[in-house]
Design a protein around this ligand. Sequence first.
Ligand SMILES: *Cc1c(COP(=O)(O)O)cnc(C)c1O
Length: 367
Amino acid sequence: MKYEFPVTRTKNPKKRPEDETKLGFAKYFTDHMFVMDYDEGQGWHDGRVVPHEPILIEPASCVLHYAQMMFEGMKAYRRPDGVIQLFRPDMNVKRMVSTCERMCMPYLPDDLLVAAVEAVIKEDADWIPTAPGTSLYIRPFLFGDEVSFSVLPAKHYRFMIILSPTGSYYAANDGGLSATRIFVQDKYIRAAQGGTGYAKVGGNYGGGMRASQDAMKYDCKDVLWLDAAEHKYVEEIGTSNAFFMINDEVITASLDSGTILPGITRNSVIQLLKHFGIKVREGKLSIDEIVAASKDGSLKEIFASGTAAVISPIGCLNYNGTDYTVNGGNVGPVAQKLYDTLYGMQTGVVEDFMGWTYPLDVKVENK
Ligand SMILES: *Cc1c(COP(=O)(O)O)cnc(C)c1O
């Protein structure tokens, strides 16, 4: 379907960030955003591109009290020829449907998400950075803003998309990878079976902050979550999917438990590993097996995957007061190869042999 969205251009364009190597993550926002309303009986209506600015919200809106909301995370990249492209947006559309179903919220029909992303990017395409490791982070989100304290699904919702030029995730600011320390969390849990672990919702994040804060006391950047029932099997790392290479096999938690967020990067990593001829298994892996593998030298690499950082290599696990160093604390060759391939495809410098990139009808002159 072809959508037309009215555009109100900003009268006060912001100053562009001067140094593309110091963008950080979601520190700057572009000039415009997308907004759309939903009313019961009417469906989604009045999609529009407007200046990025604060919004009015009634203090009794249900999202502020009962957290009926969801979000997505995706990125746009500028290819060397100036064409702007997305990465597997069909997967974001699918995940948005399953999250909305879990949260009793109305999802967007058909190709509306991608059309809305394209409409707002068209206005702000010249904000997309090109320095190594950079991209435009896209944050679509949807929330119930009916005025009600009843614990019932709202009858009115707002959907918005905001954009942030984003830098390399790593402190090593040449855009390259660096390995981080991770705290193995065996007290708090992120998600239990039957809960919302597979859905991209704010509540999962709010509930995880205590554990991440505590991890920082141990000089760790984030936590490795264990399963809720036995505090034994590895699940995710922070807000990313987790991969463990033991001998010549890469293992990641399976999606069957419903406690794992089905990452698009996770799915891409699994397919790429198979393409490279590396054994990969989706299943259970206990923290005890990882400790044993670290001791006997068969633990080769640990890395996390997600849209924000693409691939985050882990150089050390801190578990029960002991440090378990991985690959000498350095970035492993498998993590590096995955990062180079994925980020290369996304930015159009590596041939997309998987058919994952999605060029938009938007082009900017290169600087
Ligand atoms: C978004 C997210 C991921 C990564 O998903 P991608 O689609 O690869 O960005 C992993 N875990 C959690 C908890 C997430 O919210």
